[in-house]
Structure formats: structure tokens, C-alpha cells
Design a protein around this ligand. Structure first.
Ligand SMILES: Cc1cc2nc3c(=O)[nH]c(=O)nc-3n(C[C@H](O)[C@H](O)[C@H](O)COP(=O)(O)O)c2cc1C
Length: 305
């Protein structure tokens, strides 16, 4: 066997392979174009957009840990008006599905962003970030309360005609209750997980490292947590899942797919190797050929108990 099928379908989203870039780790795609042909990706997710422009959090905003990154970027972005004015044309030219990530401080913010993006079928889907752990007055609060996450999902669905993905926060005690609320709210797809709330201390300066004290932990350190949560959520919802959290290799991606994810996103790995996602695509193909499996779909949620 030499030809294998890496294509996956998540609700109305049809991807030629299950590899997506995670929001905040590939800019608007342009940043990666110097390194490889981004059109080989299954899809691309742009950096989170808010209603008003945001300068983000005070520096330092990033620090390394033994097995991952702590970041407190705090959603630096040009705001929805400038995003549409300046980036739409660039994004429209890509021959691949582009997902727009949105964040808000209130239900009205989410409704407004959904309404502003509704007229642009250029975007394949809207990803609702209810899980940013490092913005003041909102962000993660929506993703840690099942009533609020239900309301955010509903309001976005009411104002946006296309595919809606809701991105879950891992900073909760029962991820399944949150996932159910998102499904009841009408989401088409769940993506998970965002970063885990953490901090770092400089013992020489006897001070916190990050300007915002707390940051979001990503990378290999969070993979076991992410995998457990994807597995748990896959048991209780019928909508498809995009899995992410510490995926560095095809082996990691396969673990998420077997746990129940229909697609996977790569974040921190791209910051280390810009073409990490491409390597994973090639390795996935080689794995299927080696195992004599025709289609990646056969592996979704496939765990032998
Ligand atoms: C520098 C940085 C910026 C991020 N910005 C966003 C963002 O704007 N919106 C969002 O939903 N997630 C954001 N994330 C979270 C990632 O999309 C992803 O959910 C998380 O990092 C876990 O995946 P990873 O371990 O592969 O990085 C950011 C992560 C990093 C490291």
C-alpha cells in the first residue's frame, strides 16, 4: 500500500489532513510561510482577536520550564476592525481552511465579534476562546463555569452562521460538565486544551518571573493532562474534538486521535521547529503505510480495552 487517506471531517469542516496550527503560535500564517508551504496543513488558526486592540500583558511574557513554556502574552492583537481591514485579504489568498480565534471580556463582546465575522465566508470556522488564563476581567472565567460557557456558546451560534468551535480550559475540576454545556449550547466542535495556569519564581531576584505573575503552561508537560481530558470528553459528547496540548511528534498526535480527537493542533512545537506540523503529517502517513491502515479515520477513538 502506498496511498493512504489522511483526510478528516469535523462537522462541516473538511480537512485534507488532521494537522492544525494552534492559535497564538503561528501569527496569521504569514510568519510560517518563510519556512514551509503552509497550504500543506489541514488548517490554520490565527491569533486571538478581541473587540478593541490590545497591547497584551507587561513583559516579561514568556519563560521556559523543564518541559514546556509559560506565557502571559495576554491576547496582544490589533482588534477586530484592523484584523478585518488588514488581514482578511492575506488570509483569503490561502488555499487552506483558516480558523479565527476570538476572545472577549463579556457576553456582548462575544456576540459582537461573531456578528462582525458573520459576513466573511472566507473563514472556515470561528474558534471561541473561553479559556485564556492570562487576561484580566474575563477570559478563563467563561470557560470554568458551565452556565457561562453555555451562554457564550449560544450567543456566538445565534450571531454566526458558520461552524463554531469552543475551546475549553483545563483549569476546571470536571471537564465533562463543561463539555456537555458547550454541546448543549449548540457548538459544532470542541477544541481542547488551552494552557494550564502556572507561575515561575526567580530565586536570585526573589521575584516572580512573568510581568503578569501567572502564565499559561503549554508543551510536553501538559500532554498527559490534555490526553486524559480529550479521552473523558470523547465519552460524553457526540460532537467532534480537536485535541491539543504538548503534541510534538506523530506519536503524540496518534495518542490524541486514539483518545477520541478527530483532528489535532500543534502549538509550542511550532515555536521550536516552525515546520513541526509538516513533519507530523509525513510521519502519520508513514505510520499508516507501515501498519497497513487505509485511512486515519479508522484510528479515531480506537483504543482496545
Ligand atoms: C505563545 C502562546 C500564545 C497563545 N495564544 C493563544 C490565543 O491567542 N488564543 C487561544 O485560544 N490559545 C492561545 N494559546 C494556546 C494554544 O493555542 C494551545 O491551546 C496551547 O498552547 C496548548 O498546545 P501546545 O502545548 O501544543 O502549545 C497560546 C499558546 C502560546 C504558547
Amino acid at each position: 500500500m502506498t496511498k493512504v487517506d489522511l483526510g478528516v471531517t469535523l462537522s462541516s469542516l473538511k480537512l485534507k489532513n488532521p494537522l492544525i496550527t494552534a492559535s497564538g503560535t503561528c501569527g496569521n500564517g504569514k510568519e510560517l510561510q518563510d519556512y514551509f508551504d503552509i497550504e500543506r496543513l489541514g488548517a490554520l488558526t490565527v491569533k486571538g482577536i478581541t473587540v478593541k486592540p490590545s497591547r497584551g500583558n507587561p513583559t516579561p511574557r514568556i519563560t521556559e520550564t523543564p518541559a514546556g513554556l509559560l506565557n502571559s502574552i495576554g491576547l496582544e492583537n490589533p482588534g477586530i476592525d484592523k484584523f478585518i481591514e488588514e488581514k482578511l485579504e492575506i488570509i483569503d489568498a490561502y488555499q487552506l481552511p483558516v480558523i479565527v480565534n476570538i476572545s472577549g471580556h463579556s457576553l456582548d463582546d462575544f456576540a459582537y465579534l461573531a456578528e462582525r465575522l458573520a459576513p466573511y465566508p472566507q473563514f472556515a470556522a470561528l474558534e471561541v476562546n473561553v479559556s485564556c488564563p492570562n487576561i484580566a476581567g474575563g477570559g478563563m472565567v467563561f470557560g470554568t463555569n458551565k452556565e457561562l460557557v453555555y451562554k457564550v456558546t449560544r450567543i456566538v451560534k445565534e450571531n454566526y452562521p458558520g461552524t463554531v468551535i469552543v475551546k475549553l480550559s483545563p483549569n476546571v475540576t470536571d471537564i465533562t460538565a463543561i463539555a456537555r454545556a458547550v454541546e448543549e449550547g449548540g457548538a459544532d466542535i470542541i477544541s481542547m486544551i488551552n494552557t494550564l495556569l502556572g507561575m515561575a519564581i526567580d530565586i536570585d531576584k526573589q521575584a516572580v518571573v512573568l510581568g503578569n505573575t501567572f502564565g499559561g503552561l503549554s508543551g510536553p508537560a501538559i500532554k498527559p493532562v490534555a490526553l486524559r481530558m480529550v479521552y473523558q470528553v470523547a465519552q460524553v459528547v457526540d460532537i467532534p474534538i480537536i485535541g491539543m496540548g504538548g503534541i510534538m511528534t506523530a506519536r503524540d498526535a496518534l495518542e490524541f486521535i486514539m483518545a477520541g480527537a478527530s483532528a489535532v493542533a500543534v502549538g509550542t512545537a511550532t515555536l521550536i521547529n516552525p515546520d513541526a506540523a509538516l513533519k507530523i503529517i509525513d510521519e502519520l502517513e508513514a505510520y499508516l503505510i507501515d501498519k497497513g491502515i487505509d485511512s486515519i479515520k479508522e484510528l479515531i477513538g480506537k483504543l482496545i480495552k
